[in-house]
Design a protein around this ligand. Structure first.
Ligand code: AKG
Ligand code: MN
Length: 225
């Protein structure tokens, strides 16, 4: 594996294509730079999703607006309001079905899952998260999905973030990992219910996305596919 230079970050350079997968825990891997080659296609497709289903700040059951803007594509979309968290087949904002999952989304998710040892991952939900500097996602488990046998695949684009990745026990202190443009994290199996989150995003300027970070989180939310 080629070591990443200290200067890669400042220049916004992608990870080398031969970067070895990094094990985070049993069932959890970080594939640095995995999505760099298709990043522009993913961003163009994300813009179309957002045009059809605008980003919004969901309200938590506790009554707070989430700091990241969110939308979905695929058969099911993750939503939150005063009554709780759940998956829904229609966008509550527009009343229409969520936009279809773009082919390049499903493709990169399936390939990353396979690389991490999860064959035949067929996501039916993609949550699109958009972070501005200061936005965060507090420590949580992804546990609203019907199929916990399928992994989570998470693609990072734009500004780098500090990813907090713990264990299925809330009291275990999470590791802090840097996620950069094109990095893909996959967690499943014994790590499927690992607590994770995003620390408040540091300000910066990404050559492609400016002051934004976009994350695509793929799940199998309905029954096994
Ligand atoms: O933005 C990220 O990298 C994590 C997103 C996440 O955990 C979620 O949407 O549930
Ligand atoms: Mn999550």
């Amino acid at each position: 594996m080629t070591p990443r230079s200290l200067f890669d970050d400042a220049a916004g350079l992608p990870a080398p294509p031969d970067a070895a997968p990094e094990s985070l825990a049993d069932g959890a891997l970080l594939l640095r730079g995995f999505a760099c080659a298709e990043a522009d296609a993913l961003l163009a497709a994300a813009a179309q999703v957002i045009a059809a289903a605008p980003l919004r700040h969901f309200i938590t059951p506790g009554g707070r607006a989430m700091s990241a803007g969110m939308t979905n594509c695929g058969a099911l979309g993750w939503v939150s309001d005063r009554s709780g968290y759940r998956y829904a087949s229609a966008d509550p904002l527009t009343g229409r079905p969520w936009p279809a999952m773009p082919g390049c989304f499903a493709d990169v998710a399936a390939r990353a899952a396979r690389q991490a040892g999860f064959a035949d991952f067929l996501p039916d939900a993609c949550l699109v998260n958009r972070y501005a500097p200061g936005a965060r996602l507090s420590l949580h488990q992804d546990r609203d999905e019907a199929d916990l046998a399928a992994p989570i695949v998470s693609v990072s684009l734009g500004l780098p973030a500090v990813f907090l990745f713990g264990t299925p026990r809330r009291t275990d202190r999470p590791a802090r990992l840097r996620l950069a443009h094109g990095d893909v994290a996959v967690w499943g199996g014994p790590s499927r219910l690992a607590y994770h989150g995003i620390a408040p995003l540091a300000d910066g300027a990404h050559p492609r996305l400016g002051r934004w970070r976009i994350n695509l989180t793929f799940r199998r939310a309905g029954g096994p596919g």
